[in-house]
Design a protein around this ligand. Structure first.
Ligand code: MGD
Ligand code: MGD
Ligand code: SF4
Ligand code: MO
Length: 702
């Protein structure tokens, strides 16, 4: 029995923790994972680990995971050879495009795409050949408002200022629960320790959330906010900063600050208070505390991104940091300088160059909002979507009005999914193409090094051998591209493996051949625990990609959106709004098939304040019927004093008990899909991002 110790970054969430994984060759050619622990030598994560990482072995060994391409024949799934599968995809897509136009084929790319570097480097090798405008992804049920705000203000959608959590004296968190999510658009392994360190050095953590979340529970102050009311709260803060003379000059070149001051002049704390349900005096005091701190950072995430005023929220977050002098400042919000820098090497992107066919939703960086996907399939006429490619995504459970999407998928002429499982979405596919598992693949974080609270870099080789006949995701895309190019006569440029691309990116980058670090694949091989490239530092001015190299504080499209905000009403007496929730033992929709993670107390229930239960004659633990404009679900309700009155919380990613799902543990789980209730018509109109939070619902006994 030969034991080997490997070091590798966990790819499951944004925290990119370093792991020490022990494998044992139990017999010749049979290598098993025998232990997964946090890697104390990882300078960034310092040994931190969460329960999901230990489940990496369960993903590896899951009997439900697919190992070869599968074709649906009637209600049966049958194995098919790779070449036959590639040719079938090419033939069907080429025929549909020849008949109905390029846009008749749609694409949806899910979240693991950004955690898998081969998908980052090679999806477009094939998908780009399709030249369809019907590109969708999980971005528009998530962080699109962040990108749009950075695109408009800083000239590049990936130039995202990150909280300098290790040096700040005051951290204001809205709509993020890093104790459950392990941080997002803030790659921050071991976040609890880092938040507590703020407090230990005399600083303060304030959380704004309609639920007293796990993060709120360790904060110095927690403010309940009405779901979707954050823009009002943030404008009230901004107004107070201006009105009470609490602003500080900035070294940054900025245009439009006077326009901002004028725009928020009517938004006094007193005027905003009824809209967000935070007392005016608390809004004013929060602005004073923020401005008085030696350094401070305002950070907004999912909860304020996936709501009706998502872009206005992120704009206000940037402005609060800017006008208090905390943008591009140690202890404030800073941009990274990653080893492979997508900001330096790509253009800033584009917005609203075209719109979706049915509802006229804007594109951003070539993608349309996924809330529009089902209607593009269901609405007849020229340009109707008739075929779909899903890549590492489960939109039936993760995008609004999943039931309508299911109806649309059922009517497609052809669907192919690049995925590991037959799940709620892929069960509609004609073909499923499964890749190798993560541990059979090399790993470089092209995305999360860009959002990390320190500049770090690491490359890890595969831990387990690639099984015979298996293909990596990137190789699947190369296979599809070749077959499609042959079928359509399109020209296909040669490509290189992802690792070679990373090597080039590293060597041409800031820490590459011309620097003292001399980073390359070879140097990273010598540093399996990762390389620390130092703390974040001010760098925004030279990195700005706006036309005049100045920050645009008052982009016209954002100011125009204030008219929509002006229509926001104070809540009606019987308002009941649904929000989401994450748990550290779960990951979006796809990690409920591992006993190690789903065992123990159930975590899928609807949380509701005891007074809201009582006023409806409901009792704790009872099964209830939750209804929204688009659907009805049944679920158990749990009374919780952590909930704001008038708000209920339901985690997304459940609802696996659907016919045909072949995930034995997941499909035996109770729980319903929050996205059978979320509404595809409820969106942030400016960006098109789904408003998954703040969904009006009614709750009654089942
Ligand atoms: N109501 C509500 N809805 C939400 C959210 C919410 O907070 N509330 N959150 C939203 C957010 S932030 C996100 S990011 C989305 C996520 O939405 P999606 O990305 O659509 O869904 P996931 O659950 O991440 O599904 C991942 C899929 O990828 C497959 N997979 C995993 N690893 C790999 C791999 O290496 N290769 C391949 N080819 N496939 C792989 C899995 O089997 C699974 O089918 O959900 C969104 N939906
Ligand atoms: N364990 C685990 N980790 C994950 C994931 C997971 O599913 N499980 N998913 C990963 C992904 S894809 C992402 S994008 C990140 C997301 O990471 P986070 O942004 O930290 O997301 P959540 O944990 O959903 O926290 C959102 C918080 O917003 C609150 N909220 C809801 N509505 C509102 C509102 O209107 N206003 C305010 N102020 N707050 C509101 C919710 O109560 C919740 O506490 O997590 C990643 N990490
Ligand atoms: S927090 Fe957990 S899932 Fe996220 S990277 Fe670290 S170990 Fe992996
Ligand atoms: Mo996400």
């Amino acid at each position: 029995m030969t034991k080997t110790l490997h070091h590798r970054a966990c790819h499951l969430c944004e925290a990119i923790c370093g792991l020490s994984i022990e494998t044992t060759e139990v017999e010749r050619g049979n290598v098993q994972i025998t232990s997964i622990k946090g890697d104390p030598q990882d300078t960034f994560s310092r040994g931190h680990i969460c329960p999901k990482a230990v489940a990496l072995q369960d993903i590896q060994n899951d009997p439900d995971r697919l190992h070869q391409p599968m074709q649906r024949v009637g209600n049966e799934w049958q194995p098919i050879e790779w070449d036959a599968a590639f040719n079938l995809v090419a033939e069907r897509l080429a025929a549909i495009q020849a008949h109905h136009g390029q846009n008749a084929v749609a694409v949806y790319q899910g979240n693991p795409s950004v955690h898998n570097y081969g998908l980052m480097t090679h999806s477009n090798y094939f998908l780009g050949l399709l030249k369809t405008r019907n590109r969708f992804s999980a971005t528009s049920v998530d962080q699109l408002p962040h990108h749009l705000t950075s695109h408009l203000m800083y000239g590049h959608g990936l130039l995202l200022p990150i909280p300098d959590i290790d040096h700040t004296d005051f951290m204001l968190i809205l709509g993020g629960n890093p104790l459950a999510s392990n941080g997002s658009i803030m790659t921050v392994p071991d976040v609890e320790k880092r938040l507590k360190a703020i407090q230990a050095r005399g600083g303060k953590v304030v959380v704004v959330d309609p639920r007293r979340s796990e993060t709120a529970a360790i904060a110095d102050q927690h403010l309940f906010v009405r779901p979707g009311g954050d823009a009002a709260l943030l404008f009230g803060l901004l107004n107070t900063l201006f009105a009470e003379g609490l602003t500080r000059g900035s070294h940054l070149p900025v245009d439009g600050l006077e326009a901002v001051r004028a725009a928020v002049a009517p938004f006094t704390a007193e005027a905003m208070s009824p809209l967000c349900a935070v007392p005016a005096e608390q809004i004013r005091q929060l602005a004073r505390d923020f401005a008085a701190a030696p350094s401070a950072v305002c950070y907004g995430r999912m909860g304020v991104s996936t709501q009706a005023f998502g872009t206005l929220c992120h704009w206000a977050v940037q402005l609060i940091n800017l006008v208090t002098g905390n943008l591009d400042r140690v202890g404030g919000a800073l941009c990274t300088e990653p080893a492979v820098d997508l900001v330096a090497t790509t253009s800033g992107g584009h917005f609203n160059l075209w719109q979706s066919r049915v509802s006229g939703r804007p594109e951003y960086a070539g993608e349309l909002p996924v809330s529009a996907l089902a209607e593009e399939m269901l609405t007849e006429g020229e340009g109707q979507v008739r075929a779909l490619i899903t890549v590492a995504g489960n939109p039936v459970l993760s995008t609004p009005n999943g039931r309508k999407l299911e109806q649309a998928l059922d009517g497609l002429e052809f669907m192919v999914s690049i995925d590991l499982y037959i799940n709620e979405t892929t069960r509609y596919a004609d073909l499923i193409l499964p890749s190798t598992s993560a541990l059979e693949n090399d790993h470089y974080d092209t995305t999360f090094n860009l959002f990390a609270v320190r500049n770090v870099s690491r490359f890890n080789r595969a831990i387990l051998a690639k099984p015979e006949g298996a293909l990596h995701d990137w190789e699947i895309f190369v296979g599809l591209a070749k077959a499609f190019a042959v079928r359509t006569g399109k020209e296909l440029k040669p490509t290189i493996a992802p690792a070679q691309m990373i090597d080039r990116g590293l060597r041409m980058g800031l820490y590459g051949d011309t620097s003292e670090h001399k980073l390359s694949l070879a140097t990273l091989f010598d540093h399996p625990h990762g390389v620390d490239l130092g703390a974040l530092k001010p760098n925004l001015a030279p990195r700005l990609k706006t036309a005049n190299q100045r920050i645009q504080a008052a982009p016209a499209v954002i100011l125009a959106d204030l008219a929509r905000f002006a229509a926001l009403q104070a809540p009606a007496a019987d308002e009941l709004l649904m929000i989401g929730r994450r748990h550290v033992r779960s990951n979006n929709s796809w990690m409920h098939n591992y006993h190690r993670l789903v065992k123990g107390k159930p975590r899928h229930q609807l949380l509701m304040h005891p007074d809201d239960l009582a006023s409806r004659g409901l009792s704790d633990g009872q099964r209830v019927r939750v209804s929204s404009r688009v659907g009805v679900i049944e679920v158990e309700v749990l009374g919780s004093l952590d909930m704001m009155k008038g708000v209920v919380s339901l985690p997304h990613g459940w609802g696996h008990a659907r016919p045909g799902v072949q995930m034995s543990i997941a499909s035996s789980q109770p729980g319903s899909s929050a996205n059978d209730l979320t509404d595809e018509c409820q969106i942030d109109e400016l960006s098109g991002n789904a408003a998954l939070n703040g969904v009006p619902v009614t709750v009654a006994a089942a």
